[in-house]
Ligand binder design. Structure first.
Ligand code: SF4
Ligand code: SF3
Length: 550
């Protein structure tokens, strides 16, 4: 065994990736050093929590914790270097807090090993090798629950980081990050206590998505119905992927008037829906499909590509675009240029990308037409009378929440077939890159309401929850599960884990989760999820539609 990773839906044989390279292409060296950074983060959390309790400023520490966790998400960072730098900072921050606590006469003793390990850069590699193996836990069930908490926390951290860059932070979320990390070291917690913590992670999942929603909408306006072009213009272009709206805003500002157009890829598509981003005329369209199609999409794009977050796919050595890809934030890949964070109060400098774009050919058109999106809560609630009437009249029989992730696995064709097979009196509510399985099909509309309503990125699953809660109020129901809404969620990485836990916290039952159930669920934990929440896997499209619609 060179590594042990089972955090995503692609875990080898739906058990774990254990060799020199994961299915996603990440090396064991990277996974192991990332495991070391997460391990040491637990020790930092111990100090940070104590500091918080004693009135010592910890905002910088918790923001950094979120960055570290984000870096370890599937398909975000493929370099050892990023984690080495982060580990140095973890140890530095830990020492700073130790000193500040000591100044107040507080000395922590009998600490978990994650809080006591000392080392220098030269020691990291050897220490990382000792991380190889399953998550530390007294038994398989606790291990499984710890995995659910940790992976949910990684998703939470990604959203917290996006909110943070826009200047939005929430103390109780930060305190929860510390609490959850520390709980992962506590062997005295029972199975029941760990289950409670899983649900609490879901509660903070809702809170962090609400915070990010506030950050995005207060900064860029409420998403509105928008038609996005799929074809190309004649100017050279820059393709921007990932979820970071602040990065696309900076790129749009820095390309304005330069003759360079900006296109979105995969999870950046919803940027088109925000008034303060769509106002830029040179934000011309969306190019290509979901993250996993990047190897073909990028070949024909011709211009530079900027990754602001996951999902990156390691390229072929001879890929035509290899010298044109840039990463920023939590993302990084050996051989691609990384754009550093900006100094406080300044904007990231994307000038080298813009200069490179000017020398490139315009993108080759790979498809034509357009897609419509922007159905986040504010927009949908503005249409609520029309929607409620359609439900009351029977024109809309059921809504299907099909949010989450897309992926390259063949079995995901299920979602395209499912969308196509749904009766014409049903509406799909979507968010996340899962939408690429059906957002270009012509599924029509019901009295002007499109049959696929895209709320935005995966974090905008929050919007779908807001819509569901509003409908519950309108229809005067006591239970969210009495609504004509069914949940068929596709997952791939850890942001989908926090979305799932958030839905559980909101009381949503009978969620179908696919295309496969997580490898990190032990039989007993899977049983709890089935018995308590009715979570179940997918079957054939026909069987599933029959189950949903009777
Ligand atoms: Fe395997 Fe997924 Fe881990 Fe990559 S992130 S090593 S594919 S389990
Ligand atoms: Fe997609 Fe990676 Fe999950 Fe934001 S970009 S949803 S997979």
């Amino acid at each position: 065994m060179k590594m042990y990773c089972y955090q995503c839906q692609e875990a080898a044989k739906n058990v774990a990736c254990e060799g020199a390279k994961g299915v996603c292409g990440v090396t064991s060296e990277v996974i192991n050093i990332q495991d070391l950074s997460v391990h040491l983060l637990k020790g930092l959390a111990i100090y940070s929590q104590k500091a918080r309790e004693n009135g010592i400023e910890t905002d910088k520490t918790t923001a950094f914790m979120h960055q570290v966790l984000f870096t370890t998400i599937t398909n975000a960072n493929f370099t050892v270097k990023s984690s080495v730098e982060q580990i140095k900072t973890i140890l530095k921050y830990r020492n700073e807090l130790k000193t500040k606590l000591a100044d107040k006469g507080i000395v922590l003793e009998n600490l978990h090993k994650s809080a006591t390990w000392e080392g220098e850069e030269k020691d990291f590699e050897a220490k990382a090798k000792t991380m190889v193996g399953k998550i530390d836990a007294p038994n398989e069930d606790i291990r499984s629950l710890r995995a659910l908490i940790l992976y949910g926390l990684k998703g939470l951290a990604a959203y917290a980081e996006h909110a943070h860059v826009l200047g939005y932070n929430q103390d109780d979320i930060n305190a929860f990050t510390e609490k959850a990390l520390i709980a992962l070291t506590n062997d005295n917690l029972t199975v029941e206590e760990n289950i409670a913590l899983v649900l609490e992670t879901g509660k903070f999942g809702v809170d962090v998505m609400a915070l990010l929603d506030k950050a995005n909408t207060e900064t860029y306006g409420n998403p509105e119905i928008t038609t996005v072009k799929l074809g190309v213009n004649k100017n050279p272009g820059i393709l921007i992927s990932g979820h970071d709206l602040k990065d696309i805003e900076a790129l749009l500002k820095q390309t304005e008037g330069t003759g360079v157009d900006v296109y979105t890829h995969s999870e950046m598509l919803p940027a088109h829906y925000y008034p303060k981003l769509k106002k830029y005329k040179h934000l011309v369209g969306n190019y290509g499909g979901a993250w996993w199609s990047q190897k073909t999409d990028f070949e024909s794009f011709n211009g530079p590509i900027l990754f602001t977050t996951n999902c990156l796919v390691p390229p072929r050595k001879d890929a035509k675009y290899n010298d044109k890809v840039f990463t920023t934030g939590a993302t990084s890949l050996e051989g691609w240029t990384h754009i550093a964070d900006a100094e406080e109060g300044k904007e990231k400098d994307f000038s080298q990308i813009v200069e490179l774009a000017k020398k490139c050919e315009a993108p080759i058109e790979i498809e034509t037409g357009e897609i419509v999106g922007g159905f986040a809560h504010n927009q949908v609630l503005a249409l609520s009378d029309k929607i409620v009437d359609a439900v009351k009249s029977g024109a809309i029989k059921k809504f299907f929440v099909m949010a989450g992730c897309d992926g390259r696995m063949k079995g995901r064709e299920y979602y395209t077939d499912f969308a196509q097979e749904l009766p014409k009196d049903t509406v799909i509510l979507t968010a996340g890159c899962a939408k690429y399985r059906y957002n270009k099909l012509n599924l029509g509309d019901i009295g002007g309401i499109p049959r696929v309503l895209d709320a935005g990125q995966c974090n905008d699953s929050y919007s779908l929850a807001v819509i569901a809660l509003k409908l519950k109020e309108v229809f005067e129901l006591n239970d969210i599960n009495d609504l004509p809404i069914a949940y068929n969620i596709a997952w791939y990485e850890q942001k989908a884990v926090i979305v799932l836990l958030a839905l559980l916290h909101l009381g949503v039952k009978n969620i179908k989760l696919g295309p496969t159930l997580p490898a990190f669920l032990s039989p007993n934990v899977a049983k709890v999820l089935v018995e308590t929440f009715g979570i179940n896997g997918i079957n054939t499209v026909k069987e599933d539609i029959k189950t949903y619609l009777g």
